[in-house]
Every structure is written in C-alpha cells, then in structure tokens.
Write a protein that binds this ligand. Structure first.
Ligand SMILES: [Zn+2]
Ligand SMILES: [Zn+2]
Length: 381
C-alpha cells in the first residue's frame, strides 16, 4: 500500500483552486482554464499528451506498462456567485458552483506528487482534465479523442458538502443516477373558451397525463428500485378566453439501474400517448438522453477503500445521489470507481453560496496519487 503526504503542497493547491475559482468558464468554453492547467503541468515537467480536444487537457506521468486514468472535470455553471469570498468569481453570472475547481486542483496535486516519484511507477498514470461535465458531453468527447485507449482502470471523484473533511464515500454498484430529460408535446384543437366542445383542450389533457405519470414511481417501480419523475415546466395558452391548440411540458427522469430506466421510459411513453389519446389529444415524447448511472466496479471500489484506510481516511458507505455525472460513460468502457470526498461545504452543489473546505484538497491529491500507485501494482501482478 502506498501513501503520499500532500500537506507540503497545501498552499500551492489552494492558490490553484482559488485562481480557477475566480475565473470560471462554462462548458465547452474552458479555454483559459485549459491554458492554466497546461501551464501548471509544464512548469512541473509533466508530459502533455496530444489528443484532439478543443478544451481540456490530457497529461501523463510514467511510461509503458499498464495505464490507469484519473479524471477531473473543469467546467463551471451559469450561476451568480453569492459567497462573498475574496477569491469569488470575477465573471458575472458564472461560478464554480459544483466545485470542479476543487477537482481540478486535487488532480493536479496528484500529478505533482506522482511526478516526484515517477521512476518508481509500475506503469503510466493518465490525467484527464475533462471539459463540459455540466452538459454531460465532455466524457464522450474525451473518449472520442482516443484518450481512454489502453486504460485498464479509471478513477474520479466529486466533492461532497454533507460529508466532513477526512471522510470518503466509496461503494460498489450504483452511486449516481442516469439523468434523462423529456419534452412532451400535447396537440389539441383550439377554440373559444366558452365553446370547449368545439375543440380539444391540451391543458386538461396535460393535467391528466402529468397526474398519471406520478403512478410510475408509486406503482411500477418497487420500493428498492429508486426512480424520480419530475415535470418541471409547463407552457400553454395565450389568453384567458381562448382554449389553446397545444401544450408542452418537460422535465427529468432519474434512475440507478438500466432495467428500471428502460421500464420507466416505456411506462412514460405509454401514459403520455394513452392518456393523451383518451382525451382526444395527440401527445408525443421527445427524449433528451442523459448519461447512464455511475456504476462502480466492486474490485476497484474495494481497492479504493483499502487505499483510503491506509491513508487514515474514514471510509463511509455513501447514499447514492440522484444527480447525474458523465463519468458513467468512462465506466461503460473501462472498470473503475467514483468517490464522494468529504468537503464540509455550507451548501449543496449548484447553490450560489456553494463552497468547499480547502483542507480537503491535499486529501484528494494524496488519495488519487496513492490509489494510482496501488492500482498499477495490482495491474502489474
Ligand atoms: Zn454540477
Ligand atoms: Zn459536479
């Protein structure tokens, strides 16, 4: 078991995180962020690998042997920051409200630590600084660039505000949900509000459909299945005395199991078209396919827990999160594990007053560095 002490890097990692925090960039616009990461890597003599990515960086420490990958996401959100921190976002309407600045700094820290012991490595550690996680597009782009080729195991983490610093949530199996979106169009027939029998009211049809959709979770998913169906927006009509000719509503489905996901989507379509038809309307579903669930490999989850314990971290069984995370696309190709690192935050992800406790930065760095070494040893046996 290998252990790295990252405390000497604390000031440097804090400075890196704060610089990123002050200069957030949205998904697919991470040009300055990309330049900064390249700069920090180059300063440390870390090799930057050449893959065709517009934003994002791939770097490597070590040569030959098996390859393990460590991923950080680097993008920010369209949120107006309200933390009042001295290093708060300088860009109006943009904020690192999900802590991807923290992830980037922690993974950079791991790269710096591993670089110091490069000669001892039993293989190669590839660092994926991935763009556009918040749009769930970046992981697929990194995969399409070829940067996952040859990788035998992959690891990533998300900060977790409700876990204290010094703890890490590790579990085999599902950790984060599949996050699909839907847009439902309900076509009726417009008419005078006083003469409803001359038309087909899409608002009444939508109301029945939306109510019937509530039966999916309560009647079609078992107690342990785990699913969410949320309608989050409904638009229809132009005037108080006109029955509209159509309504549109949208929202999201969250599931943790591929079978449950398929079943929920099937039931959803049956209810939309069936209830719509029963009321004379033509209702159709357009799916916005999101990332699948994050499902951790049991062997790598166990190895990760052993590494974390050797570092003196408190390993806890995390409650799975219904949020989505495009790390799942890597896990469909390569086994690995995703973690929740305790960050003692005052607010949940995406909140305008979101923050992390920076004492978790060196913990993330040493955990990743130690895990990479342990994984390479395991893969070389
Ligand atoms: Zn997020
Ligand atoms: Zn995030």
């Amino acid at each position: 078991m290998s252990t790295f002490a990252a405390e000497p890097l604390f000031e440097q990692l804090v400075a890196i995180r704060r610089q990123l925090h002050a200069h957030p960039e949205l998904s697919h616009e991470e040009f300055e962020t990309t330049a900064s990461i390249r700069g920090w890597l180059s300063e440390a003599g870390i090799r930057i690998a050449d893959y065709p990515l517009r934003t994002g960086v791939v770097a490597e420490v070590g040569r030959g042997g098996p390859i393990v990958a460590i991923r950080a996401d680097i993008d920010a959100l369209p949120v107006q920051e309200e933390t009042g921190l001295p290093f708060a976002s300088r860009i109006p309407g943009k904020m690192h409200a999900c802590g991807h600045d923290f992830h980037t700094a922690a993974v950079l820290g791991a790269a710096l630590l591993l670089k110091q012991r490069e000669a001892e490595l039993k293989g190669t550690v590839r660092f994926l600084f991935q763009p556009a996680e918040e749009k769930a597009k970046g992981a697929s782009q990194v995969i399409a660039s070829g940067a996952l080729e040859g990788v035998s195991a992959i690891f990533g983490l998300h900060n977790k505000p409700d876990l204290p610093v010094g703890t890490i949530g590790i579990k085999a199996g599902p950790l984060m949900a599949a996050a699909d979106g839907f847009i439902v169009e309900v076509k009726g027939l417009g008419t005078h509000a006083a003469v409803p029998e001359a038309g087909i009211d899409p608002i009444v049809a939508s109301a029945h459909i939306i109510t019937a959709l509530q039966s999916i979770v309560s009647r079609n998913v078992g107690a342990l299945g785990g699913a969410v169906v949320s309608v989050t927006r409904l638009n229809s009509g132009t005037a108080w005395n006109v029955i509209a000719d159509q309504a549109v509503f949208d929202g999201t489905l969250r599931t943790f199991d591929e079978k449950v996901r398929t079943k929920v989507r099937e039931r959803f379509e049956q209810i939309v078209t069936g209830v719509g038809a029963a009321l004379g309307a033509e209702a159709t579903v357009r799916w916005l396919d999101g990332p699948p669930a994050v499902v951790n490999d049991p062997v790598w989850a166990e190895q990760s827990a052993a590494t974390a314990k050797a570092l003196g971290l408190q390993v806890v069984e995390p409650t799975p999160s219904p949020a989505g995370e495009d790390f799942s696309f890597y896990l469909r190709q390569v086994p690995g594990s995703f973690f929740f690192l305790g960050a003692s935050g005052p607010q949940e992800w995406h909140h305008p007053a979101f923050d992390v406790d920076e004492r978790a930065l060196p913990i993330g760095a040493s955990f990743f560095a130690s895990l990479a070494v342990d994984a390479l040893v395991r893969l070389s046996e």
